[in-house]
Design a protein around this ligand. Sequence first.
Ligand code: BES
Ligand code: MN
Ligand code: MN
Length: 460
Amino acid sequence: MNTSYLEQNKQRFLDELFELLRIPSISADGAYHHDILAAAEYIKNKLIEAGADKVELCQTAGNPIVYGEKIIDPALPTVLVYGHYDVQPVVPLELWETEPFVPTIRKTQVHPDGAIFARGACDDKGQVYSHVKAFEMMMKTDTLPCNIKFMIEGEEEVGSSNLGIFCIANKEKLKADVVLISDTSIIANDIPSIDCGLRGLSYVEVEVTGPNRDLHSGVYGGAVANPINILSKMIASMHDENNRITIPGFYDKVIELSQDEREELNKAPFNLEDYKKDLGIDEIWGEKGYNVLERTGIRPTLECNGIWGGYIGEGAKTVLPAKAFAKISMRLVPNQGSKEITELFKNHFESIAPAGIKVVVKAHHGGEPVVTPIDSPAYLAAERAMEKTYGKKPIPTRSGGSIPIVALFEKELGLKSVLMGFGLDSDALHSPNEHYGVFNYYKGIETIPYFHKYFAEALK
Ligand code: BES
Ligand code: MN
Ligand code: MN
């Protein structure tokens, strides 16, 4: 289609992505607010240069949303492209082989053509920028086949709560036929796939308090409950011997997949030995009766994401701490509701606290699970587009991750999403040394115009 435009502009497309990756737009830490604005501004300017209209930074109570559109004919279908320019924090910094905001290309086993190492390279700047460049390409070669709207937000990694408010307040502006999102993974560079499900999320922080002050662990230890010991035991008790979650009612609303659906899910190629080798583990773990694809795709989970308390400085300090804390996430599947699960967690956590221990459960952001159709015109357009550029029909998969706003698009805007991602699970998203294949970046730019073309044709 536009392969010569892509060939001629390859280096510039890469240079521009590098520039975006140099901006440390970390949304979890207010110290980077200036960089959040710089990243939003950068994308805004690139959309203007590419030829978008009505490009603006929409202010919210939090980080701005980059909006832009090109309406070529109101009678044609409209695709709303969603993505995020914010990135995860970079700790632990010492584990990065090169600086997180100094993009560097290195070859890896799965990326023999080279991968761009930088925070946000895959999640989600590289994937978002593929859309900006695909749009430029369609504009400059006069091949944009439908209307397009961009909504690139800066708070995905912290729960998208202001985007939710923005969507509800701007239903007319965001009117479209489908949402197109590249913020998920394919199975491998030679095995394209499309995510058809995302898990929901319920995220809580707990505080466990024992005595009214830190105590000498020799003078008082043995006679006063230690909040760290208690918290550890409480967390450990939340999985039974079959690694099922023990919160009463937790599984009540979970939809079990039919045998046929499970078989369909297990058609995705998966090599357990490679999986273990990649992670440096000898054995896997999880809910009895389910395999890895099922445990991460269609089953709910509970994970402790962080735990702290007491003395963690150098050397030894004998102390019985007054408090202990933990951050706990639960991934949810249809039809679990994040509010309800948070409530169940809170009630259970309070009920298992031993006498003499006070607990406080604070709810963080949440999100609802989604399943997207695999027979819609939009899904079929994505399938055809990927088949065209990868030479293979993509496999429908379920992802373990969450993009909480997707459920809200459906509920508030009445829009289904297509999750046409181009990254790999092994690209170290949220981890040190995040990277994105150069191949994947260009493949995205090449594939996206075909999506628009096939989608426009299907809706004609
Ligand atoms: N892009 C990811 C979600 C993702 C990654 C989906 C890989 C499928 C495959 C997104 O940026 C993300 O990290 N979401 C968070 C949720 C958010 C509320 C912090 C997540 O899944 O932890
Ligand atoms: Mn993302
Ligand atoms: Mn992320």
